[in-house]
Structures are given as structure tokens and as C-alpha cells.
Design a protein around this ligand. Structure first.
Ligand SMILES: NC(=O)c1ccc[n+]([C@@H]2O[C@H](COP(=O)([O-])OP(=O)(O)OC[C@H]3O[C@@H](n4cnc5c(N)ncnc54)[C@H](OP(=O)(O)O)[C@@H]3O)[C@@H](O)[C@H]2O)c1
Length: 247
């Protein structure tokens, strides 16, 4: 008699926290993770949009916990309220588009607080309280902007490069607990974040041999990294760049 098929990409029995779940890529990851069997904890600032995403999820037992991740106290409260998890997706992020000559400390603070400090401080709290279970997966939303240069994107690129640098160290530190840490590096993905910068879209269709990304494209990769199918994969950056050639 053949044994029942075990699908290593399923997330049944796993609890997954997704930050930035109220929009774009985070929303798509939450929707796909629920379809794959996970119980979701959705976080963001906009409670109405969070509730709408919650209502759209397959399965039951999902939760919404609003938090502003620029506030360290709220990061800690969020971690404590979520409790033990098997996966964390750090999708909350902001743009940081300005030529370097126009940069100022206030803008740099805003970008780094959300894109870098928040995932680091949330992870710190979860590790200190042992709330990421053995076999758990931490997934950081970086960007191809961290891997290549583009005029006017310096603050954003810097925040994502910092994320990748720390990710590699973190992956080594938590491997002994059986926890994996990886980063996704999407190219341009059609979400509200990108819609704020239509200028970036000029000729983008031509630049991307496979076309611009959709949020679901990133979500499918996230399912792999959250699942046991990637149980021996850690410290990596995975590009979802539509084949855009780097120079
Ligand atoms: N779109 C792209 O082309 C692209 C490409 C590469 C990488 N990425 C990265 O992918 C991630 C998701 O981007 P997206 O395009 O999906 O953006 P999005 O649609 O604008 O969504 C951003 C999410 O971040 C949350 N957020 C922002 N500031 C926050 C704060 N202070 N506290 C808590 N939550 C906060 C928002 O929640 P509320 O609105 O509820 O506050 C929202 O859910 C980001 O890290 C981004 O850098 C995007």
C-alpha cells in the first residue's frame, strides 16, 4: 500500500505573522498562506483594511493586531500579543525615493525605522521570548534595489541593503535553534507603494523581460520559504526580478 502523499509546500498547523498585511505584497502573502493551510496573524496600521483582508482569508482562527512599527513599544506589544509562531513575514515597508543631494535626517529616519529597525526589533523580541518555534522561518521583504543602483532610490536601497546584511548574520545565529532567515528581492511589483511613484514605471515594461511583478508572484515564493520544502535553506536572497539584466 502506498503512503499518503505529503505536500511539503503546505502550511497546515503553522501560525504565521505577516506585517504589512493590509496592502500589496503582505496582503497577497496572507491570502496565499491561508489557502496553504496556515493560521494568520495580520498586522498593519489601517484596521479597516486589515479587517477586509481578514474577511477574505480561507480557513478560520486568523487574527488581526494593529501596530505602528515605527514605535518600539508597539513592536514589543505586538510580539507579546502574537505569541508563538512558525513563520514571520516582514512585509511592512515604505518608499524612500529622493536624490541623495536632497536627503535629510528626518526622511532617513522614517525609511530606516520602518524598513530596517522594525523587522530587527520585532525579531529581537520574538527571539528573546523564544516565540519563534524550532523549524520556524523568518522572511524579510528586501528588494532588487539592495542589489543594484538606480538614480534617486538611495535611501530605500540603503534600508534594504541593511536588511540583507543583518539577515545573513541572524541566519547564522539562529540556525542552532532550527530557525531559518531569508530575504526576498522583488523587482517592481504593481502595488499601492509603486502607484505612488508612477515615474518609476516609465519604460519599466520594456526593462523587465518577463513583465512587472504582481503581488501573487511574491506570495508564491513566500509559501516556499515558509514551508518545510525550504527546511535546509537559510541566509539567502532570492530575486524575483522578471529577468531584468543587472549591469
Ligand atoms: N511594490 C514593489 O515594487 C516592491 C518591490 C520590492 C520590494 N518591495 C517591498 O515589499 C514590501 C511591501 O510593499 P508593497 O508594495 O506591498 O507596499 P504597500 O502596498 O504600500 O504596503 C505597505 C504595507 O506596509 C505597512 N506599513 C507601512 N508603514 C507601516 C508602519 N509604520 N507600521 C506598520 N505597518 C506599516 C502598510 O500598512 P498600513 O497601510 O495599514 O499602515 C502596508 O500594509 C515593502 O517592504 C517594500 O519595500 C516592494
Amino acid at each position: 500500500m502506498s503512503s499518503p502523499f505529503h505536500d511539503p509546500f503546505r502550511l497546515d498547523g503553522k501560525t504565521v505573522l505577516v506585517t504589512g498585511a493590509s496592502s500589496g505584497i503582505g496582503q497577497a502573502i496572507a491570502v496565499q498562506a491561508a489557502l496553504a493551510g496556515a493560521q494568520l496573524v495580520l498586522s498593519g496600521r489601517d484596521t479597516a483594511r486589515l479587517e477586509a483582508v481578514h474577511a477574505s482569508l480561507a480557513g478560520s482562527g486568523h487574527r488581526c493586531l494593529a501596530a505602528d512599527l515605527t514605535d518600539t513599544a508597539q513592536i514589543q506589544t505586538l510580539a507579546d500579543a502574537v505569541g508563538a509562531v512558525d513563520g514571520v513575514v516582514h512585509s511592512a515597508g515604505v518608499d524612500g525615493v529622493a536624490p541623495m543631494r536632497m536627503l535629510n535626517a528626518k526622511m532617513l529616519d522614517r525609511v530606516l525605522q520602518t524598513n530596517y529597525y522594525a523587522p530587527m526589533l520585532l525579531t529581537q523580541r520574538q527571539l528573546a521570548r523564544q516565540w519563534i518555534r524550532p523549524g520556524g522561518s523568518v522572511l524579510l521583504l528586501a528588494s532588487i534595489a539592495a542589489l543594484t543602483g538606480k538614480v534617486g532610490v538611495g535611501p530605500y536601497s540603503g534600508s534594504k541593503s541593511a536588511l540583507i546584511g543583518s539577515m545573513r548574520c541572524l541566519a547564522l545565529e539562529v540556525a542552532k535553534r532550527g530557525i531559518r532567515v531569508n530575504a526576498l528581492c522583488p523587482g517592481l511589483v504593481e502595488t499601492p507603494l509603486l502607484n505612488m511613484h508612477r515615474d518609476l514605471l516609465e519604460n519599466a515594461d520594456k526593462a523587465y523581460p518577463l513583465g512587472l511583478g504582481q503581488p501573487e508572484d511574491i506570495a508564491y515564493a513566500a509559501i516556499y520559504f515558509l514551508s518545510d520544502a525550504s527546511r535546509k535553506v537559510t541566509g539567502t536572497t532570492f530575486s524575483l526580478d522578471g529577468g531584468i539584466p543587472f549591469t
